[in-house]
Design a protein around this ligand. Structure first.
Ligand code: HPA
Ligand code: ZN
Length: 321
């Protein structure tokens, strides 16, 4: 049995599987623009991040009630746990739901209900990170964050996602400063499609403790040195990078180069329902196509636990296997 893994970069809405989309559409009387499952599945071909985001946001329309969010979160926990994930820190996108008329408390109640029972139900510790949509106005981020704090929601951190190019971290300095002053952890997507400069900004302006993706850091040796020196974790998503054309193929993925450079790399699924698999699928395909060794897998598993925001006691427990 392999060592347990922590998944630190996945979007809960990105675990919405086609079957669940149809089931929730039925339950909520939502008219889908797809004739059947095959028609929906035929649309999972992406050319870049935006082409994926268009489908990701469109499919969220079936998520309406706290029950929907709880069912979605539990379905992911069950699948992740079966694949060897023992701890998860997942993103959710509050603006994507509030902006289409779903009350914030429905989102939070559903997600937090599942988080509250994950250890008992699935043997999986879990925590939620609210992710800001960087391609939406800054004031909207401020408003939704204020509401999450006012409701005293027990999230573990604040993140930044959605369309990266043209939406630099610098725009969100104030809301991230507020998150830090609230005692929250902060992370940011940077260097997926955007330039190394966005990774510098995430570190220097947002105080990001982890960089989500970060693969483009390799273009900037001074940045790599900084990330190695400060042991900043990079939550890399190999299958996502292939499906969104960030890299040409898994066999050409820079994961091993990153490990050899001394970067604190972890492997994650990002949006598993959209990108061809969960964390265990990422590891299996890395083994088959990149020749990932057992020793490298072990390093990546340990990195994921070290890089997590779990308590020291939980980390020690997970590191013991
Ligand atoms: N990048 C940016 N935003 C996202 C992603 C991603 O990989 N997945 C869901 N939202
Ligand atoms: Zn992501």
């Amino acid at each position: 049995m392999s060592s347990p893994v922590a998944e630190l970069h996945m979007h809960i809405e990105g675990s919405l599987e086609p079957e669940l989309i149809f089931a929730l559409a039925e339950r909520n009387s939502v008219q889908l623009p797809y004739t059947d499952l095959d028609d929906l599945r035929s649309r999972y071909e992406f050319t870049d991040l935006q082409s994926f985001l268009d489908l990701y946001f469109a499919n969220m329309q079936v998520l309406r009630t706290a029950q929907d969010f709880a069912d979605l979160t539990r379905a992911y926990f069950a699948r992740a746990s079966a694949g060897g994930v023992a701890h998860v820190e997942f993103f959710f996108n509050p603006q994507a739901h509030v902006n289409r008329g779903v009350p914030l408390h429905e989102v939070l109640d559903g997600i937090m209900d599942a988080v509250g029972t994950s250890e008992r139900e699935f043997g999986l510790s879990s925590a939620a990170i609210a992710a800001i949509l960087r391609d939406r106005p800054v004031h909207e981020a401020e408003e939704v964050f204020s509401e999450i704090i006012r409701l005293q929601t027990p999230i573990v951190g604040l993140g930044l996602d959605s369309a990266e190019v043209g939406n630099p971290p610098s725009l969100f300095e104030d809301v991230f400063a507020r998150a830090r002053s609230e005692g929250l952890h902060v992370v940011a997507h940077a260097g997926e499609e955007g330039p190394p400069e966005y990774i510098w900004q995430a570190l220097d302006l947002l105080g990001a403790e982890r960089i989500d993706h970060g693969v483009r850091a390799l273009e900037d040796p001074a940045l790599v040195a900084r990330l190695v020196d400060e042991e900043v974790p990079l939550t890399v998503c190999p299958l996502s990078n292939v499906r969104l054309c960030v890299v040409d193929s898994l066999s050409e993925h820079p994961l091993r180069t990153m490990l050899e450079a001394g970067l604190l790399v972890t492997v994650n699924s990002d949006d598993p329902a959209y990108f061809g698999g969960y964390v265990d699928d990422n590891f299996a395909q890395l083994r088959d196509q990149l020749g990932l060794t057992d020793a490298e897998r072990e390093t990546l598993a340990r990195n994921s636990i070290t890089a997590s925001f779990a308590s020291d006691a939980r980390k020690a427990q997970l590191l013991r296997g």
